[in-house]
Design a protein around this ligand. Structure first.
Ligand code: C2E
Ligand code: MG
Ligand code: MG
Ligand code: MG
Length: 269
């Protein structure tokens, strides 16, 4: 381990230093190396329909660092978003997910940062990758994930429209967690709402959260879009979500994110 890692273990990762400029530059450099050294992985978490069959998988990025081990996206996506690295990561994610689609046998959702949507040629590049992979575009879902606040300006809206014109589906991720979730509803067209897991967590004992989940499901029904509940960790939460009218469910209670090789593909729709 030591020899292969070489100089890369000289400075250790320290999450407490995340705000530190030196740390940011270090992670950025390590990430560029990671792309070249093939240290990134996609793990897949199943999403279940009301019939409790797997109807899609969400691709979640992991970084298998030679020294630090598995690093979760929260520790590096934000840093990547500050430079062109997020575009390179995003490209890698889409190519990998397209390649894995055939094995998975279900549609796949990839997470896309507002920083990527701000690039005027994002949709065109996405379309090119989908065409190159030769996959059915309706099997790819783009989750708009909000680590940096999204201001749905003209470029973002044009990208989202173009993505849907290509035949891909668009999901609003972590709905209710961002500062402007309701703005998104009238800002652009989309196919899926994902209820943020913070609302699911307290479903058992918080009346307000239960009301909000119900209201989001009502909105989804009126708009005729799907609604996926995130972070389902208990059977009781699942029951409440079913009663609220959720159309799909995702969470540790039903299935954890796993490497493609470890997924139980037999359960896939
Ligand atoms: P997300 O898109 O909302 O993904 C769901 C997160 O919740 C994942 O964390 C997943 O592992 C976790 N999760 C799933 N079920 C449960 C549950 O029952 N309980 C709890 N407590 N957590 C659950 P993960 O993989 O650490 O990803 C965190 C975030 O990083 C994602 O949130 C997404 O915003 C971002 N992300 C992940 N992959 C990518 C990517 O390829 N590109 C971009 N731009 N962002 C990514
Ligand atoms: Mg997501
Ligand atoms: Mg989410
Ligand atoms: Mg998120």
């Amino acid at each position: 381990k030591g020899k292969k890692a070489g100089r890369r273990q000289v400075i250790a990762f320290d999450p407490d230093m995340l705000g530190d400029e030196r740390h940011r530059r270090f992670v950025e450099r390590e990430l560029r190396a990671a792309l070249l050294m093939d240290e990134l992985e996609l793990h897949y978490q199943p999403v279940f329909g009301t019939d409790m069959r797997v109807r899609s998988h969400e691709a979640l990025l992991r970084w298998r660092h030679p020294v630090r081990g598995m690093i979760p996206p929260i520790q590096f996506i934000g840093i990547a978003e500050e430079s062109d690295l997020i575009d390179k990561l995003g490209e890698w994610v889409v190519r990998r997910a397209c390649a894995d689609l055939a094995v998975l046998g279900t549609p796949v959702a990839v997470n896309v940062s507002p920083a990527q949507l701000r690039r005027s040629d994002f949709a065109r590049q996405l379309g090119a990758m989908v065409a190159e992979a030769g996959i059915d575009p309706t099997r790819l879902i783009v989750e708009i994930t909000e680590n940096v606040p999204m201001i749905a300006g003209a470029v973002e809206q044009a990208n989202l429209d173009a993505i849907r014109t290509l035949g891909l589906k668009v999901a609003i991720d972590d709905f209710g967690a961002g500062h402007a979730s309701l703005q998104y509803l009238r800002g652009f067209a989309f196919d899926i709402i994902k209820i943020d897991r913070s609302y699911v967590a307290n479903l058992g004992d918080n009346r307000i959260d239960a009301m909000i989940v119900g209201a989001i499901c009502d909105i989804a029904r009126s708009l005729q879009v799907d609604v996926i509940a995130e972070g389902v960790e208990t059977e009781q939460q699942l029951e409440k979500l079913r009663l609220a009218g959720c159309s799909a469910f995702q969470g540790y209670f039903l299935g954890r994110p796993q490497a493609l090789s470890r997924l139980d593909i037999a359960s896939a729709a």
